[in-house]
Design a protein around this ligand. Structure first.
Ligand code: HH2
Length: 285
């Protein structure tokens, strides 16, 4: 299995991403309304403390988000996103200067301010479609960028999403967005692809995308899987509360890893880190 893309990415982010093996993005949502951790970190101090916990549990990256993109959510203003995210990025880097901070935003102005504050990765759930200035910004910054698939937009994306062939369509979309990014000047070595679990997808769509993740891995870019605590896991296990979906999340991480994903965006770092250590040992035995 080709794990080279993750190694390349490690170098791109300035090689602060320790050791070989898969990378974990620890989720830090500084929003009042995220589906799982909304309202948990109401100020930069509590958010930075949470970042330290994520790092101590083994996160390679802290992914800071200032707008919920859960199904049915409304966008926030750019000013509000900036107000939520930038002080948190600064606070994390003050406490732990070596931290690789990623910012979950599709707005160029927020991305630019976060990069100026020291963030090193941009996580764009619109795959550079949300803001015409974003492609140029990440090209000029020379930073890694996550390009994620989403059908429609958060407000309405779960209203009967339909595909003829979800795996082929998501793969073709991501290939097209990677090409677009490269033609806008983004270095191919900085591109990360993400199937966008839960973004305009039914239970069957999510399962098919994880089951056939190789189709996306085969495009040759590092693949990030973001299934952590999502609704489809609760549908299967009966866990209504997002925080009770950790065991189901771990199953997605292990199977995603076996299929070649090398980055995992998770709320529960320790559980996923331990599962990956065991899975990795088995796969290399
Ligand atoms: N999922 C969420 C947000 N950002 N980014 C990537 N690259 N991939 C994902 O799957 C992804 C993402 C949604 O989860 P969460 O941040 O936990 O919740 P919310 O959007 O409600 O803040």
């Amino acid at each position: 299995m080709d794990r080279e893309p993750a190694a390349r990415l490690r170098e791109r982010a300035g090689n602060p991403l320790r050791g070989p093996g898969p990378l974990l993005f620890g989720i830090l949502n500084v929003t009042p309304d995220s589906f799982s951790d909304g309202g948990d970190y109401p100020n930069p101090e509590t958010a930075a403390r949470r970042a330290e916990v994520l790092l101590d549990e083994g996160a390679d990256v802290v992914d800071v988000g200032g707008e919920s993109t859960r199904p049915g959510s409304d966008p926030v203003t750019e000013e509000e996103e900036l107000r939520r995210v930038v002080p948190v990025v600064r606070k994390i880097l003050k406490a732990r200067p070596e931290t690789v901070v990623s910012v979950d935003t599709y707005r160029a102005r927020s991305a630019e301010a976060a990069l100026e504050a020291g963030a090193r990765i941009i996580n764009d759930v619109t795959a550079l479609r949300g803001d015409p200035r974003m492609a140029r910004l990440v090209a000029d910054a020379g930073c890694p960028v996550v390009l994620m698939h989403m059908l429609g937009e958060p407000k309405t994306m779960q209203r009967e999403p339909h595909y003829e062939d979800v795996v082929r369509e998501v793969r073709d979309f991501l290939a097209g967005r990677a090409e677009h990014a490269i033609s806008a000047g983004v270095d191919a070595g900085n591109i990360i692809l993400d199937p966008g679990i839960g973004f305009g997808k039914t239970l069957g769509h999510n399962l098919a995308l994880i089951r056939h993740l190789e189709a996306i891995v085969d495009l040759g870019f590092p693949v990030l899987l973001g299934a952590s605590r999502k609704r489809f896991i609760g549908t299967i296990t009966g866990a209504e509360e997002a925080k009770n979906r950790v065991f189901g999340t771990v199953a997605t991480t292990v199977l995603g890893y076996e299929r070649g994903a090398s980055l995992f965006r998770v709320h529960d770092v320790r559980a996923n880190r331990e599962a990956l250590a065991v899975a990795g040992s088995i796969l290399s035995a």
